[in-house]
Write a protein that binds this ligand. Structure first.
Ligand SMILES: *Cc1c(COP(=O)(O)O)cnc(C)c1O
Length: 296
């Protein structure tokens, strides 16, 4: 569903948001797209266990756990940070994943860094038996194929398509399915020099670029300015944004529109990739730091 944002800019630029966050109550937004063909493939291989990786607030972990429950697959989540083990049930994301039936396995940050090495995968296979492996963030070729279904024929009239970028899988699918006349703008939420190369590898050349100035200090970092923006946007539009991804992208797009980045009469489509499950955990952090909370 596309929703027009009630904001006007001097050069008649319009902003619309695609509500991928409404695709499913628990397998939200781009994670639904990224899981779809992977689950099909896993079932085709006769594999009934999904194993994947993520941090304590990971949208991917929550979505994989919910998808496992829905499709009757066992799920195993390898979680970064062995110190979390004892307080996992105080973490809303991990509690949700466990309630969906995901088996949580905590490893140290050092071990997590080596998680994709063949030795570590072999170690996991000895421990858990056979599984279908989804990489961290869920990005692989089948995930990108799923993300090619975000844009539809109804979106062909937009001049610019904007999306938050983590691993780059989602924006790669968007780039592959965008029309020749459409420019795709990706808004990385983390500092990663290799991202452009990754996206070029997944999606090839084309009419796209990354806007690197709206990561707000890096992955999972939020500022008072960002929280104030999110709450104002929610009040004005009724649309909740997530603090890790979509809020940074929407903030960036509005800022760029105000500064005259877009040509006259540009029709800009922003992709709401979901991630709202992360708000509860983020608010616990903000509360601990005595900062303003995100309204929902
Ligand atoms: C995971 C996620 C992204 C980033 O997707 P990538 O494919 O890793 O770039 C963007 N938005 C939300 C809400 C997410 O959960």
């Amino acid at each position: 569903m596309n929703q027009l944002i009630p904001l006007s800019f001097h050069n008649n630029v319009s902003l619309t948001i695609k509500r991928e966050d409404l695709l499913h109550p628990h397998i939200s937004g781009n994670k639904f797209r990224k899981l779809k063909y992977n689950i099909e493939e896993s079932l085709r291989q006769g594999n009934t266990t999904l194993l994947t990786f993520g941090g304590a607030y990971s949208n991917h972990i929550a979505a994989a756990a919910a998808a496992g429950k829905k499709y009757n697959l066992q799920t195993i989540g390898i979680i970064r940070g062995d110190e979390l083990h004892d307080k996992a049930m105080q973490n809303p994301t991990l509690k949700f994943a466990a309630d969906c039936g995901m088996k949580l396995h905590f490893i140290s940050r050092e071990a997590y860094r080596d998680k994709h090495t063949p030795e570590f995968i072999a170690h996991l296979q000895r421990e858990f038996g056979e599984f279908y492996l989804l990489p961290e963030g869920g990005t692989n070729a089948l995930a990108i194929k799923g993300c090619e279904e975000i844009l539809t024929v109804e979106d062909s009239g937009f001049t610019h398509i904007c999306s938050a970028v983590g691993t780059g899988g989602t924006v790669s699918g968007i780039i592959k399915s965008a029309g020749a006349g459409q420019q795709v703008l990706g808004f990385p939420v983390l500092k990663n020099e290799a991202l452009s190369d990754d996206i070029a590898k997944f999606a090839g050349q084309g009419n796209w670029k990354l806007v690197n100035s709206y990561h707000f200090g890096g992955y999972g970092k939020v500022t008072e300015e960002l929280v104030t923006f999110m709450n104002g946007f929610y009040e004005k539009t009724g649309i909740p944004l997530d603090p890790v991804y979509t809020a940074k992208m929407v903030f960036g797009v509005i800022d760029m529109a105000e500064k005259g980045f877009f040509p006259d009469n540009a029709k800009v489509l922003m992709i709401h990739t979901g991630g709202l499950q992360g708000i509860e955990g983020m608010n616990l952090e903000l509360k601990r730091k005595k900062l303003s909370l995100i309204k929902i």
